[in-house]
Design a protein around this ligand. Sequence first.
Ligand SMILES: CC(C)(COP(=O)(O)OP(=O)(O)OC[C@H]1O[C@@H](n2cnc3c(N)ncnc32)[C@H](O)[C@@H]1OP(=O)(O)O)[C@@H](O)C(=O)NCCC(=O)NCCS
Length: 195
Amino acid sequence: MTTTAMIPTYFKRYRMEIDLTRQEFAPVQMPVGYQAIRWDPAILNAHAEAKYLSFRDELDANVFSCLSNLSGCKWLMQRISSRGDFVPQATWLITRGGRPDEPVVYCGTIQGLGKPEGHGSIQNIAIIPAERGNGLGTRIIRLALAGFRRAGMTTAGLEVTARNEDAIRLYKRLGFGIVRTVFKVIELPYTSPSG
Ligand SMILES: CC(C)(COP(=O)(O)OP(=O)(O)OC[C@H]1O[C@@H](n2cnc3c(N)ncnc32)[C@H](O)[C@@H]1OP(=O)(O)O)[C@@H](O)C(=O)NCCC(=O)NCCS
């Protein structure tokens, strides 16, 4: 016989920031066959699908349970995009395909919020597993950072789970530095033999 209890689990996360006033924003070239699509409320579900397919098997789906299912990702996109501090210029979708007889693949998404004092906050950066390692993550972040700058932001930041080493390496390469360590507490089920 087994018993299941909810126990608090601590996830170490880093806040990382970048100074946008020291960046050069060269135009972002997409690889042939890929498109960078600006935010439009009509493509909310496409962002949600890219977010869901990117996060469903990742550690962050434990930290933020809404990332583990499509309806949760739609809810999250709705919540982010309806906020007063939503920054559409920093919100992008990357797609592949779309020519006649070619399906459109939603490859990745990023969203931005902005504080009045000029700090842009990146929400979820997500590239679907089959498209990783080809520079799309780098490009979508550059698109968002340039969008924050156009919206008048002087700094931008994000929060990343400390075990997400690939992502942290990517952010450092782009110029982000760690400014703070935070711990997020999540209740996770733990099953143990009873007796
Ligand atoms: C983090 C993430 C957005 C990066 O996207 P990406 O398109 O792979 O990014 P890039 O190709 O520009 O760079 C990824 C880095 O990992 C390397 N890499 C190679 N193959 C890879 C693969 N299959 N998967 C991930 N990274 C790979 C790249 O070479 C690059 O390394 P470098 O920075 O040392 O040069 C993507 O891995 C992802 O969506 N992860 C799941 C969701 C997540 O954790 N998001 C971040 C939340 S804060």
